[in-house]
Design a protein around this ligand. Structure first.
Ligand SMILES: [Fe+2]
Ligand SMILES: [Fe+2]
Length: 137
């Protein structure tokens, strides 16, 4: 799966962007299908998803801390969007452990997070995601 970073996705020109880029890079490691057409190796997908979930959780916590410090009026809605994505990732990890990888759900998460969340939420609240505004980081 190939996802590319674009300058138009830039939020703060610093830590938030670096975290987004790390998430992009991790998604690039997620094979939807191997080059031979065989299903992806279950263990590898699970490990990548674990890393993705950990990175996503720390990234969301970081954003929410900044949104709160900067008194973002849309904090609750933004948090709700984060929670919806975290629930999808948790479902994916569960299905990965019990019945194999749900590639459709995997694509949905990537599309939801990287395709729309940054544009619809992070960029909308970008003034409140700046560390300089909080003055603490
Ligand atoms: Fe983000
Ligand atoms: Fe966000």
């Amino acid at each position: 799966m190939s996802l590319e970073w674009h300058d138009r996705l830039q939020v703060d020109g610093a830590q938030i962007d670096k975290q987004h880029q790390q998430l992009f890079a991790l998604c690039d490691c997620l094979p939807v299908q191997t080059s031979t057409g065989n299903p992806p190796v279950h263990r590898d997908i699970h490990e990548i998803l674990n890393d993705f979930a950990a990175l996503l959780n720390s990234h969301f916590a970081h954003e929410e801390m900044l949104l709160e410090l900067n008194r973002c009026p849309g904090l609750v809605e933004h948090q709700r969007e984060h929670m919806a994505i975290q629930e999808l990732v948790a479902d994916l990890l569960c299905s990965c452990m019990s019945s194999g990888v749900d590639l459709r759900l995997l694509q949905e998460i990537i599309k939801n997070y990287l395709g729309t969340h940054i544009v619809d939420w992070d960029l909308k609240d970008k003034a409140f995601l700046a560390s300089a505004v909080a003055g603490t980081l």
